[in-house]
Each structure stands twice: as C-alpha cells, then as structure tokens.
Design a protein around this ligand. Sequence first.
Ligand SMILES: *Cc1c(COP(=O)(O)O)cnc(C)c1O
Length: 362
Amino acid sequence: MIIPVTKTILPPMEEYFHYLEGIWQTGQLTNNGPLCLDLAGRLKSYLNLPHLELVGNGTLALQIAIKVLGLKGEVITTPYSYVATTNAILWEGCEPVFVDIEPQSFCIDPDLIEAAITDKTSAILATHVYGYPCDMVRIQAIADRYGIKVIYDAAHAFGIKLDGRSLLEHGDCSTLSFHATKLFHTAEGGAVVCRDAEMAHKVFLMAKFGHIGEEAYLDIGINAKMSELHAAMGLCVLPMVGDTTASRKECSGWYDKQFEGRALQRPVLPAGLEYNYAYYPVLFSSHDIMMRVRQALLDNGIVPRRYFYPSLNTLPFLKPELKRTCTVSEDISSRVLCLPLFMGLQKGEVEVICNIVQQSVY
Ligand SMILES: *Cc1c(COP(=O)(O)O)cnc(C)c1O
C-alpha cells in the first residue's frame, strides 16, 4: 500500500454526472458558460470577496496578474515557493530579485525587502507558503512608500483568515491555484482575486484573448479560460471543503501529539490564524537526516515530498546575476519534508509514519 503526500478530493461520480447532463443539454463546453458563472459566484460568497475571476490554472493567474498590473523590470520575490512563482515572472519578461525568507514563517523577510529595491523595481510578488501569512502590513507599507505593486501567490491560502480577514483581501491582487493537489480544486484551474472591479474586469478580458465584444481588443490577451467541465468539478468539490479541512485538522493534531517534545522544527503559526491544514511541513536538523527519514518512509510505501526544494534562487536556468544567495531559504529547503496529509488518512497510519520518522532521526 502506498500513502501519498496528498489525495485529491473526488466527489461522488453521480454529482459530476448531473452537471455533465446539463452540459450535454446546453451544448456549451466553455467560453464563460453557466457553470463558470455559478462557480465564480459561489467562490465569491464562500470566500466573502467581491472581485474574483476564474482562469485556467494558477500559473496563468500569476502571469495575467503581472500583465494586467503592467509590471516591468525587477520584481522582488521569495526563493521559497513552487517554481511557478519564479517562472511566471521570467515568462512575463521581468527579472526576479530574490529576497531571503524569515526562519519562523518561511515567508519573505520584510526586513530585507527595502535593501533590494532599485529604480527598476515594479512590484513585490510574495507567497503565503503552506498558507502561512506573509507580513502583509509591513509589505504594504514598503510598497506604498516606493509606489510599487504587491501580488500574493496565495495558491496554498484557500479559505485562510488572519484576525477574521481573508488573506486574499491583501495586496493589489492574490492568485489562487485549483490544481488537483490543492485543497480546493477543479482538476486544473485558478483565479485572480482583485482589489477593485476595474482590475477584475481587465483580468476577465485578458483571460479571453482581450476580446471586447466580437471585434475590438483591450490589449494582447491570452486564452486562460476555465472550461465548463472544470467548473463542474469545482461545483462538486466546494461543498466538501469544510469536511476536508476538519479532517486534515484532526490528522495534523495526531502528528502534533506524536511529535510533542521531539526536536523537530515546524514553521510557527501566528496567533489569530484560521488555518486550512493544507500541508504538514517538518524541518529536520540536517540534510542528511532528512534524506535518511525520506528513504525510510519511501521504503515503507510512504511518499513525503520535498516541498519546497530547490530554493528558487538556485534554479539552473537563471542568469548568474539573478542567483543571489539566500542562506535561510537554501538551508530550510535542504532539510524540509511535507508529510502525508489528506482527508481519510488514518490515525494508525500517522502513528506508523511518526514511528518511522523517530527511528530514523537518531
Ligand atoms: C500549485 C502552485 C502554483 C501553480 O498552480 P497551477 O494551478 O499548478 O498552475 C503556483 N504557486 C504555488 C505556490 C503553487 O503551489
């Protein structure tokens, strides 16, 4: 038996079929159909956000955000995220300027941002990694002082609140991924959450080739539409998010209890955070110990993941001058593992995982 790092939520097949029947009746498979409109509406009310636009995936969400905000030149960003964060910057013709992370939150260190700002800086693109919030108040203060934009890669932050407010309300916009491995998913999909209706409308148009009506174009748009088949999956999965989160919370609690008093480091959750339990990262005391634990788990059919490795400032395809040293991120990414966490993971399985971890740590 294999225990993976995560399991995709699959709704009852009849529910998906119900939506398929509707699609067969209307004959509309894509182009902003009724299921996309329904899903967008439900997500806005679920997340309590007025301006959210669906797109084809979380990487396109980042690219469109960069395009619509008109970013040029340098974009300050975190080295500790999934590769899509950096690639979106590069793909849009901007230069990533890596600023190291905080050892407690694993998010970009606000103390180091100002020193990295130059007259070419147009924005800060930060990730709420594992859904742990960036220091949004200080990041906004810096952005305001220098007149630059803020984008949050919130691919892990679905449904998370800090002091009662959604993380997605911050910055000029936030991007979401609805990939099958994420907490809420549409198989492939994503969204851009905007501060105002004007930006949301631009995202809407740019994701549909920039079409304004049949014959006019806003700008160089692209095809980033979500299809009706994907929206149907989202409509089936959304009602399951509450139960999934509760189940993941319970599993996280089992891990916490097993690891109590052990010398394992974990990122620190700030007070006032309503977390979504999307990931269970653990930091080992050295790279060698992490690799030993990983191998022992793999030998037993348990598949942890090195989220996030490599540190993005070391990506081989970066120009040498972009590979700024980020000591904290490089160190953490060499020692971190995400342990299995999903709805339906059994208490006995968590105990087995923890026993293997504890035996191989020493
Ligand atoms: C998954 C992920 C993305 C990319 O999302 P896709 O929907 O797979 O394109 C971007 N950023 C982060 C941090 C992610 O984890």
